[in-house]
Ligand binder design. Structure first.
Ligand code: ZN
Ligand code: ZN
Length: 315
C-alpha cells in the first residue's frame, strides 16, 4: 500500500508540471526529451527581481550586490537552463535557495544548486520529509543526497536583508503540505505563494499524505490577503502571475466550497453523495486540469473529517 501511494504520488507530481503531457506513460527517454523541450522564460517583476516559468513550480529570483536568492528550483535536468536564465538577467550564481515546500517539482534542483554552493533554507518539515519519505515526492530517486537537503531550517519563518529589500519567509501550517512557506519582498512588493495558490491551471491540490489540509489552504489565502495590496505582484506555485483580486476570488472559492462540504457533512452526506452534488462545477472548467472537481471535493471532505486539533496543533 505504501509503495502504491509513493508511486502514484510521484506520477501525480510529474503530471502537475506540464498539463499537456501525460507522464504516466512516458519512458525515461521520453522523460528526458520532455525536459529537453522545456524553455525557461523570465518575466521581470521590477529592478532586481523576476519570475522564471518552465516545467514545475514557478521560480522567484532576487538579485543584486548581496547575491542571488532563488525561491524553488523545479526539476534537476532543468538546472543548467535555470542557471542560464539567471545569468541572462545579469545575476550572479545562486547564493541562497528557499524551498516553498518539499515536492520534487519545487526542490528537484536542490542537489545541483547545493553542490554549486547555494545555502538551502526551508521549513523544518521540508528537511524531515526529504530525509524520511523522499520517494513519494521525488520520482524514483533512491534517496535525497546530503547536498539536496536544507541546511538552515525554521519553524515560524525568517527574514533576509539583502539587495536593499527585506524578504520575509513565513510558514503556513498544514495547508498544501505541512511544510509550506510564503515569501514576501517588502520593497519590491512581490509575494511568492508556492503551491498554496494554483492560479487558473487547476483546482487546488491538497496533499493530505504530506500533512496538508483544506482549512490551512484557506487560512493561508486569508493571511496572504493581509499582506498584499492592489499593486502586489503575486507568484503562484503554478500558473500565470496574479493580483490581489485574483487571490480574493481564489479565497472566496475555497471558502464557499469548504462551507458547502461542511454543511453537507453536517447533514450526514457520504463522500460519494457530496461528490454527486458537483459543488465546484463553476470552477471545474479546465478539462486538462491536474485536480478536477471530484478530487478537490474529496480532499476537502477528508480534510474536514480530520480533528481540528490535528490542524491547529503547533506543527
Ligand atoms: Zn507544485
Ligand atoms: Zn506542491
Amino acid at each position: 500500500m505504501r509503495s502504491f501511494i509513493k508511486t502514484s504520488f510521484s506520477i501525480a507530481l510529474l503530471a502537475t508540471t506540464s498539463l499537456a503531457v501525460s507522464a504516466c506513460t512516458q519512458s525515461n527517454a521520453q522523460e528526458a526529451d520532455r525536459f529537453a523541450a522545456v524553455e525557461i522564460k523570465a518575466e521581470s517583476l521590477g529592478e532586481g527581481i523576476a519570475v522564471l516559468f518552465g516545467a514545475g513550480g514557478n521560480i522567484g529570483v532576487s538579485y543584486g550586490p548581496d547575491g542571488t536568492v532563488l525561491i524553488d528550483d523545479q526539476f534537476a535536468p532543468l538546472t543548467p537552463k535555470i542557471e542560464a536564465a539567471i545569468a541572462d538577467l545579469g545575476a550572479e550564481p545562486v547564493k541562497y535557495l528557499i524551498n516553498t515546500h518539499w515536492h520534487g517539482d519545487h526542490s528537484g534542483g536542490n542537489e545541483n544548486f547545493g553542490k554549486a554552493g547555494a545555502l538551502i533554507m526551508a521549513h523544518d518539515h521540508v528537511r524531515e520529509r526529504m530525509l524520511g519519505i523522499q520517494k513519494s515526492g521525488r520520482g524514483n530517486d533512491p534517496a535525497s543526497p546530503a547536498e539536496a537537503l536544507p541546511t538552515v531550517t525554521y519553524h515560524d519563518g525568517l527574514k533576509l536583508h539583502l539587495n536593499g529589500d527585506e524578504v520575509s519567509v513565513k510558514h503556513m501550517k498544514h495547508a498544501h503540505t505541512d511544510g509550506d512557506s510564503i515569501v514576501f519582498w517588502k520593497k519590491a512588493n512581490v509575494l511568492h505563494m508556492g503551491d498554496l495558490y494554483f492560479n487558473k491551471v487547476t483546482l487546488p491540490f491538497i496533499d493530505l499524505n504530506s500533512g496538508g489540509n483544506a482549512r490551512g489552504v484557506l487560512a493561508a489565502a486569508e493571511k496572504a490577503l493581509t499582506i498584499v495590496d492592489d499593486d502586489t505582484k503575486i507568484i503562484p506555485g503554478h500558473g500565470p502571475m496574479a493580483t490581489k483580486s485574483d487571490l480574493v476570488s481564489y479565497r472566496d472559492m475555497l471558502k464557499s466550497v469548504i462551507s458547502a462540504v461542511e454543511k453537507a457533512q453536517g447533514e450526514g452526506k457520504s463522500l460519494e453523495a457530496v461528490k454527486a452534488m458537483k459543488l465546484v462545477a463553476q470552477w471545474d472548467t479546465n478539462p486538462n486540469a491536474f485536480i478536477k472537481g471530484d478530487a478537490f471535493v474529496e480532499a476537502v471532505y477528508k480534510s474536514l473529517e480530520m480533528p481540528a486539533h490535528a490542524h491547529d496543533a503547533d506543527h
